[in-house]
Design a protein. Sequence first.
Length: 146
Amino acid sequence: MYLHHGKYRLSRVECWNLDHTLAKVIFDSLCQFKALERMGYPNQIVDIVKAKHNNTDNTENNGEYDKECIELWEKTIDDMMFSFKEISLNYKNSPYYLYYEKKYGKIPPKQSDKTKEEILNQEKEYRDRISHGLQLFAEYFQALWD
């Protein structure tokens, strides 16, 4: 990916594998965003924390939930980062991928072998976690500023 006359240009391979290309860019960008000294968090985070405490008051929070909101926002960013990192790595931490690699000798076997059913359950949890992070990215996309 490069900039040419003010427009981003991609190679054929980058275009053909656009999900992977964009995942790398988004993951790196989220890492930089997380490293910033940010001053706030999205209003949706405040609503979630208030709902958790059964607080339906629509007035300003006046810092009452700041610590909890900051922690939830950081966890949300971490969840987004996890998803884009896994996609950019071609799902190399996938339980099914690791099982396959171990089965064919590319990864040394661990002490306890898991059943295929356990691996498939772990794979579902892994894919669900990635989907959750992508949904959070879509939900908070316009809040990725400070």
